[in-house]
Design a protein around this ligand. Structure first.
Ligand code: CTP
Length: 403
């Protein structure tokens, strides 16, 4: 495999020496791209000797072979380790100021970053924002680990160990194509039920988990349609996924009904409003129209997934989600069991939510129950990791029902 390893200017660059060795020993064709700053920590001859390939930092070297994009185009996998706060910011902004920058813009291969910096820098809102942007763009993040940092302080910021980074990176490229030939429809995001032309009743769903499931299914070879209610601005669907916008519960229901007959797998990750406003005003409501208080009449929306289950065709797998406010894991399992049975779905993925849990976060924890309500899997980690874990269960369920 053609692996590009970007090395940026942090002391952890010395650990990347063994990361490159691991990749070379495993038989990969490794091309190291250090930044100028990285060379202050580990010199160019070291990278050339270890990788057994020429190493340059500048876009002006080897111009005849269009090296500034050629490495990115050839790459099957790109690892940036260590990834400094500065490099992560440059990546988030799409800067192409050196060979690593142009390579990252030119590649369509999976990109793995292993951040390394001091805890304060990692926790700074600017870095947190950049990480959200990168994750939403599909960049995979390994670490940072918690531990002692240069200077004696400790906390999250240490680069993860080379073995861990290599294992996580190779697992991405070696994803099974076990959904090839299947059509998957995923709904995601929160519906918005209009009150008048400028106001709505909404919910806190960002769409992040559903969009991650759509991307993971595309990684595994599926033909994916995303029925998108409201998604947060930094949650962007993968370009391989066909996106159909559906703002309200009613739009989402009609869109799902239209696309469901062609789907082998349906995943209802959208947070659908249970009620909509009975009489939507055609003008902006004014305070003077309802002095002292306003009462809105809400009517119950139909249960979309229950309708899909009722019309399910043979061989179709239907998965629901449930975000629950619960006291503990046991209550979550019990709620999931009851809901899976009530909805008649093949699988139900439940997660605990609260004021400070489950929303606007990059990590998630899912408890997945089967049709009989038994827990078939639990998964936690990034929303990409939990997406793949859910797809693993879907593949397993389809295998058992097909045989
Ligand atoms: N769902 C749906 N149609 C609705 C409401 C929810 O298809 N009108 C789907 C969601 O997309 C999700 C699953 O049903 O996959 C569970 O959603 P949830 O809101 O937890 O279920 P409810 O039936 O609303 O249950 P309750 O209000 O009792 O928690």
């Amino acid at each position: 495999m053609f692996v590009v390893v970007g090395v940026t200017g942090g002391i952890a660059a010395y650990k990347t020496v063994s990361l490159v060795r691991l990749l070379v020993k495993a038989g990969h064709d490794v091309h190291v791209i250090p930044t100028e700053d990285a060379l202050r920590f580990v010199g160019l001859p070291t990278w050339e000797a270890l990788s057994r390939n020429p190493v340059t930092t500048s876009v002006h070297d080897d111009v005849a072979r269009v090296r500034h994009v050629a490495l990115g185009q050839s790459a099957d996998l790109v690892i940036v380790a260590p990834a400094t706060a500065n490099t992560l910011a440059a990546m988030a902004a799409g800067l192409a100021s050196d060979l690593l920058g142009t390579t990252l813009l030119a590649t369509t291969a999976p990109v793995v970053v292993a951040p390394a910096m001091h805890t304060e820098m990692w926790r700074h809102p600017a870095t947190a924002h950049n990480m959200r942007v990168l994750r939403a763009r599909g960049v995979h993040v390994v670490g940072p680990a918690d531990g002692v940092l240069t200077g004696g302080d400790s906390g999250p910021g240490r680069m993860s160990e080379p073995e861990e980074i290599v294992a996580a990176a190779l697992a991405l490229v070696e994803r099974p194509r076990d959904l090839a030939g299947l059509s998957i429809v995923v709904s995601a995001g929160g519906t918005r039920e209009p009150i008048d032309p400028v106001r709505f009743i909404g919910n806190r769903s960002s769409g992040r988990q559903g969009v991650a499931i759509a991307r993971a299914a595309a990684d595994r070879g599926a033909d994916v349609t995303l029925v998108a209610a409201h998604l947060d601005a930094d949650v962007r669907p993968d370009p391989r996924v066909e996106v159909i916008a559906a703002g309200t519960a009613d739009d989402l229901g009609r869109t799902m009904d239209a696309v469901a007959p062609g789907a082998d797998v349906i995943v209802m990750a959208a947070a659908v409003a249970d009620y909509s406003v009975a009489a939507v005003a055609d003008h902006k409501l004014r305070k003077q129209d309802s002095p002292g208080g306003l009462t809105l009449e809400l009517v119950e929306n139909r249960d979309i997934v229950a309708g899909l289950v009722a019309r399910r065709r043979v061989g179709q797998t239907i998965v629901a989600f449930a975000a629950e406010t619960v006291a503990d894991d046991e209550e979550l399992r019990e709620r999931a069991r009851v809901k899976a049975a009530r909805k008649g779905v093949d699988l139900l993925a439940a997660n605990a939510v609260g004021w400070a849990q489950g929303f606007e976060t990059v990590d998630n924890a899912l408890t997945i129950v089967g049709r009989d309500g038994d827990v078939v899997a639990t998964a936690s980690g990034s929303k990409d990791d939990t997406a793949h874990a859910l797809l693993d269960v879907i593949v397993a369920v389809r295998r058992t029902t097909a045989s």
